[in-house]
Design a protein around this ligand. Structure first.
Ligand SMILES: Cc1cc2nc3c(=O)[nH]c(=O)nc-3n(C[C@H](O)[C@H](O)[C@H](O)COP(=O)(O)OP(=O)(O)OC[C@H]3O[C@@H](n4cnc5c(N)ncnc54)[C@H](O)[C@@H]3O)c2cc1C
Length: 393
């Protein structure tokens, strides 16, 4: 029998294969905190992954340990307890956690996104009050920005409205899903000003009167993410909690980092799938070599995606003002690659593991369910393609 030297690919090639390094992370420089974050992941998170995934256990203690290890303070300036503005560090932190557990990786992203909002606000009082605690993981925080991100991309209507009153704003409306929530957690939301063509962005918490959290239906994955529906019924948000009003320019400022840091989820998920595939190489390599997606291909694609995301992250933090359309396209493309590559790698993990993967609770079936989250969480693959189309691609 002749073994295929170069397996045939059925699935689309996502990236150019020229001059790719062969090992994920090869040549990549990891920020110093990654070693401590990996220790928390291996020692404390790994034993609980099944409980988080199947029983919806919210990993609150583990999030605090990740915070202490530096997972949320990579894109925060030192005056607020951060390590300097490194979006690369933020991506690598999310990646390190997502490799083991996407639920925890996603809520790591939620926490990081909220630090990014606070880091970029002109409201220095709010920054001083909240950012150090969120950056250290002493206070948990999330982001309810799927709706406005889709609204600004022309996909759906804004869900919250705000009316200016003495000392603050009254918010009404509801968001169907916001993650990393629980009693006393904070999250960022955007509302449209009633009777005005303008929006504002504020930080809120369920502790404010008129804000309540509702249980969602059961998800196929990401159950342990503390995800709730959020209802605003005449909720008074004091001026102190305003991130930006109006927030149009501010949204342009935070959006590239919001999108690019999500790439960490995809990079981590793909790396986890490659590890699983490699477990079967010795025993099943003689037959698995006939499959379209080989670990060496996935490793090369991952290495290139890492390199591109880290370089882009370093470039973004140098930009002052609004990003050029060319750079914004690169950000969107990196996020799109992360979503497509996640599905491809999780699909490959299922096929390489075979029937073992078909047993309920197998790591491969979890990766498959998790991969679709990277593809559908806002901005979803369909939205990213719409955005590229609108930019002339
Ligand atoms: C497990 C899980 C966790 C999530 N965590 C968060 C989070 O932390 N923060 C966050 O902002 N979003 C969160 N989401 C929402 C997610 O990012 C997407 O917005 C959502 O999956 C719908 O996207 P879509 O592209 O499929 O929507 P589409 O197919 O474009 O829309 C479906 C329709 O559903 C309704 N709808 C969907 N999403 C929203 C929304 N966000 N607001 C108002 N109406 C809506 C609208 O009527 C919309 O037209 C989460 C979703 C899931 C499944």
């Amino acid at each position: 029998m002749v073994l295929p030297k170069t397996p045939t690919h059925n699935s689309s090639t996502l990236i150019d294969s020229k001059d790719r390094p062969s090992v994920p992370g090869d040549g990549a420089v990891f920020v110093p905190a990654i070693a401590a974050i990996r220790t928390v992941v291996d020692q404390e998170l790994a034993p609980h992954v099944q409980d988080i995934d199947l029983n919806g256990q919210y990993p609150g203690d583990i999030m605090q340990r990740l915070g202490a290890a530096g997972a949320f303070r990579q894109a925060v300036s030192p005056e607020f307890g951060g390590e300097g503005i490194s979006l690369k560090g933020a991506i690598q932190s999310i990646e390190a956690v997502s490799k083991s557990c996407l639920s925890t990786g996603f809520i790591t992203w939620c926490q990081v996104a909220c630090t990014w909002y606070l880091q970029n606000t002109q409201n220095s009082e709010l920054q001083k009050e909240l950012l150090p605690a969120v950056a250290q993981g002493q206070v948990m925080a999330g982001t309810g920005l799927s709706n406005p991100m889709k609204c600004f991309a022309g996909i759906e209507k804004i869900a919250l409205t705000a009316t200016k009153v003495e000392g603050g704003f009254i918010l009404n409306g509801q968001l169907p899903w916001v993650s990393n929530l629980g009693p006393g957690h904070y999250f960022g939301v955007v509302a449209r000003m009633a009777n005005e063509d303008a929006h504002l962005m504020v930080i809120v918490s369920d502790q404010l009167e008129g804000v309540s959290l509702r249980r969602c239906g059961t998800f196929i994955a990401l159950e342990g993410t503390g995800t709730f529906g959020c209802v605003f019924r005449n909720a008074f948000i004091p001026d102190q909690y305003v991130l930006a009003a109006p927030c149009e320019a501010y949204i342009h400022q935070i959006q590239p980092g919001f999108i690019l840091t999500q790439v960490g989820m995809g990079l981590g998920l793909v790396a986890g799938c490659i590890d699983l595939i490699n477990r079967y190489q010795r025993r099943l390599g003689h037959v698995n070599c006939f499959l379209a997606d080989q670990p060496s291909d996935l490793m090369a694609e991952l290495a290139l995606a890492q390199e591109q995301a880290y370089d882009l992250a370093d470039e973004l933090v140098q930009v002052e003002g609004r990003l050029s359309p060319a750079l914004m396209k690169k950000v969107i493309q990196a996020r799109l690659t992360a979503g497509e590559m996640s599905i491809k790698a999780a699909n490959a993990a299922m096929l390489h593991a075979g029937a073992r993967a078909y047993i309920k609770g197998s790591p491969e079936e979890r990766k498959l369910r998790e991969a679709y989250f990277v593809a559908i969480v806002t901005p979803a693959i369909k939205q990213l393609k719409k955005m590229l189309y609108a930019m002339g691609d």
